[in-house]
Write a protein that binds this ligand. Structure first.
Ligand SMILES: [Zn+2]
Length: 252
């Protein structure tokens, strides 16, 4: 905790309290988080990147798939307690089985995902996982960790507030510089898996469908790992963890 306190003071000095939230307990995760920024602070640049993505990427008009992601998305959003408004689910015409979420409640789903997602329960597993990243404030935590490392450096070299603002813009920017997504840590992925399963159960979906998605993905073996299938935990470890969690919770 001593280290966190020091970083928190450092953050205060750097940001003048503007975007600072500090060390706080995340009820969903049941642990404390060190946050120099919150999702709202990341939203502006994330939304700019999202608009860019909508302009440049190919969007699928497939009516059946679009209806499915809207319907499942709405149920998961309602279960999340984050409010039903503001969520946007866009279907990208891309063969890679992938899905992602960025601050501002924007969820992207590729048509290729439906190679491994057959049922709405399975789709709820993916959308549940992505929504869990939002509940977990994972994007803000990741950016804060990077900023803390960068901030320490800047203090040593005489940082100005302008530099830090630039750093925020760059870490928040999900566009050309860093791609639409940075990989999450293994810890974040495990948390998203567990909270995602809770959301499925709350929304009335069958949690064990999450295991099926993984098994389908392993069978598919499609090369580059999608966001919700980060390379960190091995497929088998992840399936085992999900099975254990679902059993412990008494889910079906
Ligand atoms: Zn994830």
């Amino acid at each position: 905790m001593r280290r966190y306190l020091k970083l928190s003071v450092l953050g205060l000095a750097l940001l003048g309290g503007g975007a600072l939230t500090g060390c706080e307990t995340n009820q969903t995760l049941g642990r404390s988080q060190f946050l120099l920024v919150d999702d709202a602070a990341l939203e502006q640049s994330a939304l700019a990147a999202w608009q860019e993505q909508l302009k440049t990427a190919k969007i699928s008009k497939d009516p059946t798939l679009n209806k499915r992601i809207q319907t499942v998305g709405a149920r998961i959003a309602a279960a999340s307690g984050l409010g039903a408004t503001g969520w946007e689910y866009v279907l990208f015409d891309d063969p890679q089985p992938n899905a992602f979420v960025i601050p501002g409640k924007k969820v992207g789903i590729n048509t290729g995902l439906f190679k491994v997602v057959k049922t709405d329960d399975q789709l709820a597993a993916v959308i549940g996982h992505e929504t869990a990243h939002v509940l977990g404030k994972h994007a803000a935590e990741r950016a804060s960790q990077q900023m803390a490392a960068q901030g320490a450096l800047q203090v040593a070299t005489g940082a100005t507030k302008g530099n830090v603002q630039k750093a925020i813009a760059s870490y928040g920017g999900l566009g050309a510089q860093v791609g639409i997504l940075l990989p999450y840590s293994r810890k974040h992925e495990s948390e998203a898996d567990r909270i995602g399963v809770d959301l499925m159960a709350k929304a009335g979906y069958r949690p064990s469908a999450a295991i099926e998605v993984w098994q389908n993905m392993m069978a598919q073996n499609s090369g580059a790992p999608p966001e919700f299938l980060s390379t960190h935990p091995s497929d088998k470890t992840r399936i085992k963890d999900l099975q254990d969690y679902i059993a412990a919770k008494g889910y079906k």
